[in-house]
Design a protein around this ligand. Structure first.
Ligand SMILES: [Zn+2]
Ligand SMILES: [Zn+2]
Length: 327
């Protein structure tokens, strides 16, 4: 197999020949058809997440086909198309796993961070953490649903059922979430980097009621806001944009420091929460709903060997929507 390997944080990925791997007990081997590029991959590259493992193959929005099955795996078929998400393994016995909050497991493995991911021609996954994808939908179009869609879905659930939803940072996750929220009958208010007219136009094209810079107040108070951008300065801004009792959800795995802000911004029962990872139930719920919503993902495709270019373009905001690698 071939892979784009991160040998050390803060170095480019290297195109590497590796011996084919065999799936162990409970595992499947998947031939990768497409793998999305996520902002979390940049945090892995930059060594911003705790306890990094290297070398590591990044990538946690994997669409592939099972081409080998390890001992003890039941209920999957060779050739079946599956999606492999960020949550790669949980212990099953910690209080969080037993309390139906496996997203907070004490001993998890994460695809493309602490176990090898999908910037490769093949990958090995824990069979219990692969979602059946069926045959409807294009491999590339489905890939961004596996993280941007799933984590976005969990964030949307945490944001509550309010009708007016703000989205700070209109990238891969928000462009999917905007479609889900519109389908649910909500109004979407999109906040971009100040002056980013093309992303604001992109948001309006996806049905946003309003789009503006993150330094602007929305035209009406919001019921909830989700922050996808990794910028701590947005937290007080979003708190000021929500009504009394409103909620702000931080959906990123990493964020720059949040500046001090007056207590008045939190007063009147405003809530500030973060969302971490996903549960398998989130994935099943969302992937069942996605075809009914008719989500259209905007993707920019790169050959696998050009993963470094895709990551650089993501960092610089050079495309709308999501980047997807194809082996
Ligand atoms: Zn656990
Ligand atoms: Zn991700």
């Amino acid at each position: 197999m071939k892979a784009m390997v991160l040998n050390r944080p803060n170095t480019p990925l290297e195109w590497t020949d590796l011996p084919d791997r065999q799936p162990g007990p409970g595992e499947i081997r998947v031939k990768v058809l497409a793998c999305g590029v996520c902002r979390t991959d940049l945090h892995v590259l930059d060594g911003e997440l705790p306890n990094p493992r290297s070398p590591i193959i990044p990538g946690h929005e994997i669409v592939g086909r099972i081409d080998a099955v390890g001992p003890g795996v039941a209920g999957v078929a060779l050739g079946e198309r599956v999606g492999i998400p960020w949550l790669g393994h949980t212990c099953g016995v910690c209080p969080y796993c037993r309390g139906r909050r496996e997203n907070l497991c004490d001993a998890p493995l994460f695809t493309g961070y602490t176990r090898d991911g999908g910037f490769a021609t093949a990958t090995i996954a824990d069979a219990r953490f692969a979602f059946p994808l069926g045959e409807i939908g294009d491999d590339v179009a489905l890939a961004p649903l596996l993280c941007a869609g799933l984590i976005g879905w969990r964030a949307l659930t945490l944001a509550g059922a309010g009708a007016r939803l703000g989205l700070y940072g209109f990238g891969a996750a928000a462009h999917i979430l905007a479609q889900v929220a519109r389908w649910q009958g909500r109004e979407v208010f999109a906040f971009t980097r100040p002056g980013d007219a093309s992303t604001q136009a992109f948001a309006l094209g996806l049905g946003a009621t309003w789009a503006g810079g993150s330094d602007e107040p929305p035209p009406v108070p919001l019921d909830a806001a989700i922050i996808f951008a990794t910028v701590g300065d947005l937290v007080p801004l979003a708190l000021r944009a929500v009504r009394k009792g409103g909620r702000v959800v931080c959906a990123g795995i990493h964020m720059s420091d949040i500046p001090a802000f007056p207590y008045a911004a939190l007063w009147e029962e405003r809530q500030l929460v973060s969302v971490a990872n996903l549960t398998r139930q989130d994935g099943l719920d969302f992937l069942k709903l996605a075809p009914r919503i008719g989500i259209v993902t905007k993707t920019t495709v790169y050959p696998l060997e050009q993963a470094n270019q895709a990551l650089a373009d993501l960092r610089a905001g050079r495309f709308e929507g999501a980047a997807v690698l194809r082996p």
